[in-house]
Design a protein around this ligand. Structure first.
Ligand code: GLN
Length: 194
């Protein structure tokens, strides 16, 4: 099973190493031609506005949109979740997402006073034990459309993990902790979609 990790910017190396730990053939993806060679794609954390610009520069944005619309399984963490949203709130001027998951996502939703934090989350979809989640200048999901499942919420009810079909997104960074059940869950989706 070959998984591409969008390697324009951000913490793609961490994702590659987690995916390899599950035995997947994880490769950095930078060219549109490489999209047809992967069974799934991970969009890492980083800075979504920069990722958007680089995706245009590398002529990857439209091919990525097409691949997502054609059903490629994709998992986005943090900036990756922003990229997968249909609508960005508090984006920089001209910033666009790739779309795919019918949600509104607010960038930097926790403000500068809470730059980062960690919390234990209940995520029934991946198992009973709580998941220790790391949030870094994280986005939050403010609207979810029909067909989108909220997989995890903070205590105040704000949604921080979503799934729509083969598309998965988390506000937090499982690639930075030792608990990789989200990657495993994603790989199950990729396997099931083949
Ligand atoms: N704040 C970043 C953005 O807007 C996301 C941060 C992250 O990926 N850790 O893209």
């Amino acid at each position: 099973m070959r998984i591409g990790v969008l390697a324009l910017q951000g913490d793609f190396r961490e994702h590659i190493s987690v995916l390899k730990g599950f035995g997947a053939d994880a490769v950095p993806l930078r060219r549109a031609s490489e999209l047809s060679e992967v069974n799934g794609l991970v969009i890492p954390g980083g800075e979504s506005s920069v990722m958007d610009k680089l995706a245009r520069t590398f002529e990857l944005r439209d091919p990525l949109r097409t691949a997502i619309a054609d059903g490629l399984p994709v998992y986005g963490t943090c900036a990756g979740l922003i990229m997968l949203s249909t609508n960005i709130l508090d984006g920089i001027e001209g910033q666009e997402s790739l779309g795919g998951i019918d949600i509104d996502v607010r960038r930097n939703a926790f403000g500068s006073q809470t730059d980062s934090f960690e919390v234990d989350l209940d995520v029934p979809a991946i198992g009973e034990a709580p998941l220790h989640a790391v949030f870094i200048r994280a986005p939050v999901v403010e609207r979810i459309g029909d067909g989108v499942d909220a997989l995890a919420t903070l205590e105040d009810g704000r949604v921080v993990a979503v799934q729509q079909g083969n598309l998965l997104g988390t506000s937090f960074h499982p690639e930075m902790t030792e608990d990789h059940r989200f990657h495993s869950y994603f790989l199950d989706r990729v396997r099931a979609s083949r």
